[in-house]
Design a protein around this ligand. Structure first.
Ligand code: PLP
Length: 431
């Protein structure tokens, strides 16, 4: 399939804004939805709209079937060992909060530690801050260097402690109870070495949550090969509707964790005094799920899989490379995050090479990011500007905000060329 053919699957890309062709370069915030996803949502809403699991009637059975087909599609998409390990949530944020609360209740106490990195989205930072405040635990930070890389030697130091085995679901006498890191930063766009982090953490008996909101979009994720304990992502960045998300968790952990939200359908028996809980995954799915939206997951995953086929994947790489070269060609522009590690002469830290995945954040001397974004908008180009819900990483580079271009496989070379021209014009207007 060519980029043009892939692009035609997304009707919104035909629209105009302010009389100009829409050039949508804000895909890391929300990707666009293909017609197949829109159709499925409408079909389930029009033909099979009834509460899932609750009733014996035909419509409820159909809606439930769609929901469970979506669960199986999700299991297969991330290669989880069983459907019990796939929890549907309202998004990545809700998935991380579920672990912060439920894992926190079961395994985190006063004096314990949680490790997050300096380049986390607020969704994988603030829930851990609140957990630590609730429990009297300490939040430890794995810093980034000026390339945007983690120092894995420092991670080893943070883990300190006595190695206590890698068995998922076993308690350890480690002070660090969990490491929560992002697969791909929504600012730096670098693919972080999460496999290596997991290996180091497991050697120290520490489980790992991976925030996959961006990672699931650009990387083929196999949770069993990765061996993460939890993997969280949103549907709306992966061609599905908003209000959908997934928490993958190893069964051995999920079984030991108390529920987060409570209410209908997550229970076994209920008396006026107490309740027992349903088995996995329902224990973590209180209330009526967003079933018509979740039902579109098979179509969304098919779209993502299509985008990874060699022809589209290499076109995407070429478009990204073209954009990066153009950005680096401006002497007044600073692009954040670098794939090359610092040379050994400058740093003796334990680092690995990085790759960039479709996300480019930068600043331009003498112009404000917000002003540039507003002018680009009037030219039909949608980009992100500001703190991007990741204030600490922006501050690391001494900035008040940045501009971000995030590409999807439906973005064409011509769109990137147009964006570069518009950027020149915008900057000239502002100087
Ligand atoms: C890396 C990362 N984590 C978490 C989130 C939160 O996702 P959501 O708002 O869909 O819950 C985002 C969204 O931008 C993100 O980029």
């Amino acid at each position: 399939m060519t980029v043009q053919e892939f692009r035609r699957l997304f009707p919104i890309l035909e629209r105009k804004v302010y009389g100009k062709n829409l050039v949508y370069l804000d895909n890391a915030a929300t990707s666009q939805r293909p017609q197949a996803v829109l159709d499925k949502f409408v079909q389930v809403s029009r033909e099979s709209n009834a509460n899932i699991y609750r009733a014996v009637h035909k419509l409820s059975a159909e809606a439930t079937d769609y929901y469970e087909q979506a669960r199986e599609a999700t299991r297969a998409f991330v290669n989880a060992a069983s459907r019990e390990e796939i929890i549907f949530t309202s998004g990545c944020t809700a998935a991380v909060n579920t672990v912060a609360y439920s894992f926190g209740e079961a395994f985190v106490g006063a004096g314990d530690e949680i490790v997050v990195s300096e380049c986390e989205h607020h969704s994988n930072l603030v829930p851990w801050q609140l957990l630590c405040q609730r429990k009297g635990a300490a939040l430890r930070i794995l810093p980034i260097d000026d390339q945007g890389h983690w120092d894995l030697g420092l991670l080893k130091t943070l883990l300190g402690g006595v190695p206590s085995g890698t068995q998922a679901g076993t308690r350890s006498n480690q002070r660090v109870k969990l490491v929560a890191v992002t697969h791909i930063s929504n600012v730096l766009g670098l693919v972080n070495p999460v496999e290596e982090v997991i290996r180091l953490c497991h050697a120290a008996g520490v489980p790992v949550l991976v925030d996959g909101a961006q990672g699931i979009v650009h990387e083929k994720v196999d949770v069993q090969a990765m061996d993460c304990d939890f993997y969280a992502f949103s549907g709306h960045k992966l061609y599905a509707p908003t209000g959908t998300g997934v928490l993958y968790g190893k069964k051995s952990w999920l079984e030991q964790m108390p529920p987060f939200l409570s209410g209908g359908e997550m229970v076994g028996t209920v008396t006026l005094e107490a309740a027992t809980f349903a088995g996995l995954p329902h224990k973590f799915e209180a209330g009526t799920g967003n079933f018509a939206a979740v039902a579109t997951f098979p179509e969304a995953f098919r779209t993502a899989t299509l985008a990874r086929e060699p022809r589209l994947a290499s076109a995407f790489e070429a478009t990204c490379a073209y954009l990066e070269t153009a950005l680096r060609g401006r002497s007044d522009l600073r692009l954040y995050g670098d794939t090359a590690p610092l040379p050994a002469s400058v740093s003796d830290k334990y680092s690995v090479p990085y790759r960039r995945a479709g996300v480019f954040s930068f600043t331009i001397d003498g112009v404000h990011h917000e002003d540039v974004a507003q002018i680009l908008d009037k030219m039909g180009v949608a980009v992100r500007s500001g703190l991007m819900c990741a204030e600490p990483v922006i501050r690391h580079f001494g900035r008040e905000g940045m501009l971000r271009i995030s590409l999807a496989p439906y973005n064409t070379m011509e769109e990137v060329e147009y964006f570069i021209k518009c950027l020149d014009k915008a900057v000239n207007m502002l100087r």
